[in-house]
Design a protein. Structure first.
Length: 313
């Protein structure tokens, strides 16, 4: 009987040791996989923000890759296929050449990465990331904080992202209540001027949305100044209209945020219009967050022209 108990005890020790070894082996495999996937993560954003070697994306993503981006409760989730994602990255690289020293930086929050091996050919990776806009002078502004979840698939011995979901956490640190100023509701001092400018806005952006370039030309002043917080200053009316014709016409629709327009008279000149609008990309089927704009309208007799624009995002 004593020999039987000794045998059973020995078998229990063997089983426990085997279980510990299996757990240790699984942990080692996941740790190695985590390091491998983080290396591919680094390669992805090195391509996006430095090398622009978009032809290497098939090394990181599957051909049926799907990117889902959730921009918060007030915006619809957008989706991009592999070709859409690659195309947008190409466009971003092209824009960087004229961005006057501005660039993006992305950081992973320390210890936020988690990796789960589902089976030999599938894995899940999650983490928290922040994106910063870096100015030419080195100053940074955080423009996004989000949590991502990636589905990785092993194809021909290579791990690739099959799907990614990004969930917006916040776009910028929010001020405390004691720092927040809430203005009184806007009331126009001249209802007639307000109605005139609202109508001008409608007519002008109908030319924008409907590609009525001749009408746009007549409503745009020759000494136009267009200030864009991403693209900089444009002072050529010809270049401005050509840019809209090339990049906007038939591709993007401007949507005015209902009830957002404010109008203030500038005696002897015309009026200033403020408001919020968003832009719907017909190709990507996605809509931007509402952003602020400021327009100066100059009056000549009975005619009005758009002469200064400040576009903020």
């Amino acid at each position: 009987m004593r020999d039987l108990w000794r045998t059973l005890a020995f078998l229990c020790i063997l089983l426990a040791s085997s279980s510990q070894l299996s757990a240790q082996r699984a942990s080692d495999i996941e740790e190695d996989l985590a390091m491998h996937l983080q290396a591919k993560d680094s390669l992805l954003f090195d391509i996006a923000f430095h090398t622009c070697a978009v032809d290497r994306l098939p090394e990181i993503m599957t051909s049926d890759f799907l990117f889902l981006q959730d921009r918060g409760l007030e915006s619809a989730t957008t989706s991009q296929s592999f070709s859409d994602f690659q195309s947008r990255m190409k466009n971003s690289c092209a824009l960087k050449e004229t961005a006057a020293g501005r660039k993006m930086r992305r950081e992973l929050l320390k210890n936020s990465i988690q990796t789960y091996l589902l089976n030999p050919s599938e894995a899940i990776q999650t983490g928290v990331q922040r994106f910063y806009m870096v100015q030419a002078d080195g100053k940074e502004t955080m423009v996004e904080e989000s949590k991502f979840t990636r589905n990785w698939r092993k194809e021909n011995r290579s791990w690739k992202i099959a799907m990614e979901m990004d969930f917006l956490l916040n776009t910028a640190p929010q001020p405390s209540k004691t720092q927040t100023f809430t203005p009184r509701p806007f009331m126009p001092t001249s209802k007639a001027l307000y109605d005139t400018v609202v109508k001008l806005d409608s007519i002008y952006f109908d030319t924008y949305n409907s590609c009525k370039m001749a009408k746009m030309d007549s409503l745009t002043a020759e000494d136009l100044e267009f200030y864009h917080d991403h693209g900089g200053l444009m002072t050529s009316k010809k270049d401005y209209i050509e840019s809209i014709k090339k990049n906007i016409c038939g591709k993007v629709t401007r949507k005015l945020a209902k009830g957002s327009i404010e109008v203030y008279e500038i005696p002897g000149f015309g009026a200033v219009e403020e408001g919020f609008h968003s832009f719907y990309n017909r190709t990507e089927k996605s809509e931007s967050e509402p952003s602020k704009f400021i327009i100066l309208w100059r009056k000549h007799g009975d005619s009005w022209q758009l002469t200064r624009v400040v576009s903020l995002h």
